[in-house]
Design a protein around this ligand. Structure first.
Ligand code: 8YV
Length: 331
């Protein structure tokens, strides 16, 4: 009988996923969910056959180079693989997988929630009722926001999540525009009545709302730079449920502080878990809505992600190509 592979999982996962992991593998779980230190990660990769990290673990070249000869697979519990140096892993013959598809709909739901939250003043309104007596009653000009239907939405990155956002936004009465490395299929474009913008600059200048839905890669680092943010209309606002690094956060803050952008709804930040205090201040002033990286945080989604990780590991161990292999030339 073959020995079960040693699978090191860096964070606490839903109970049902952990139970299954324990049945199938020699699973080293992180019961108290404490973030592993760099030294602990290095220790883990020296012994493990499979490492299951999350977005909070930086699997950089140093850690990959410390891997023992038995480490053959890094099965990321997450869609984005910006936490892993995939080319360094490839150089060492280590396969990397991720968990696409299963979190697209949840992330798109949260994107819509955020898209509504800024112009409809959701958080501001809700916080008024947290203190008894603060609400003096309804009035015709009380808490007026701005409508979103009929507005132009520009999606930066029309992959699985971007497309899921587009479907929802279309049903909300927004017109769909997008920038992507290449246009989506004519069928999808027709279904969404979407307009492709080859030039991100031109799209930014004409949209009412921008939603960031592309992966974080060296090519998308500060894609929304100070120069590009300045192209946007002062009435426009940005939603980001992708990665903080895609937007130059300092520049975004400056645009918001000077009224050159009307707002932002951010689920992700450049230096998580730190959140720039200026963003907190803007949130208190009602210009910004901030969430602590909750885009895909549903119990169902996390269980689906766990199942994907398990399928990737099992397929790999059985000697086949795992379904969600991440190719180094694509990151
Ligand atoms: C998770 C995510 O929060 O998958 C992603 O890219 O951002 C989220 O689903 C995280 O990645 C889990 O590792």
């Amino acid at each position: 009988v073959n020995k079960k592979p040693l699978v090191v999982i860096t964070r606490k996962l839903p109970d049902s996923v952990e139970t299954r992991m324990r049945e199938l593998f020699e699973a080293r779980l992180n019961v108290d969910d404490r973030r592993l230190s760099k030294a602990e990660l290095i220790e883990a990769v020296q012994h493990a056959n499979v490492l299951v990290p999350t977005v909070t673990d930086r699997i950089d070249e140093e850690i990959i180079n410390a891997a023992g000869p038995n480490l053959k697979l890094i099965a990321n519990f997450g869609n984005g693989v910006d936490n892993i140096d995939v080319p360094a892993a490839a150089k060492r013959g280590i396969t990397v997988t991720n968990t696409p598809n299963v979190l697209s709909e949840d992330t798109a739901d949260m994107t819509m929630a955020l898209m509504l939250a800024v112009p409809r003043r959701l958080v501001e309104g809700a916080s008024i009722l947290l203190d008894d007596g603060k609400w003096e009653g309804w009035g015709p000009t009380w808490m007026l926001g701005r409508r979103i239907w009929g507005k132009r939405l520009g999606i930066v990155g029309m992959g699985r999540i971007g497309t899921a956002v587009a479907r929802r936004a279309k049903a909300f009465g927004l017109s769909i525009h997008y920038h992507n490395r290449k246009p989506v299929s004519p069928r999808t474009e027709a279904e969404l009545e979407a307009t492709y913008w080859d030039s991100l600059d031109q799209m930014l200048a004409r949209m009412d709302i921008i939603s960031v839905n592309c992966p974080s890669t060296p090519a998308t680092f500060h894609l929304l730079s100070a120069r590009r943010l300045a192209l946007m209309q002062p009435s426009a606002f940005i939603v980001n449920t992708a990665r903080g690094q895609i937007i130059d956060e300092q520049a975004l803050i400056a645009q918001l502080e000077t009224g050159k952008l009307s707002g932002a709804a951010l689920d992700v930040f450049e230096h998580e878990p730190a959140v720039n205090s200026k963003l907190r201040k803007l949130a208190k002033a009602g210009k910004v809505v901030i969430l602590p990286h909750m885009g895909s945080a549903t119990l169902e989604g996390r269980i689906d992600m766990g199942e994907k990780v398990i399928i990737n590991i099992r397929t790999f161990i059985d000697g086949h190509r795992p379904p969600d292999r991440v190719l180094p030339n694509l990151v």
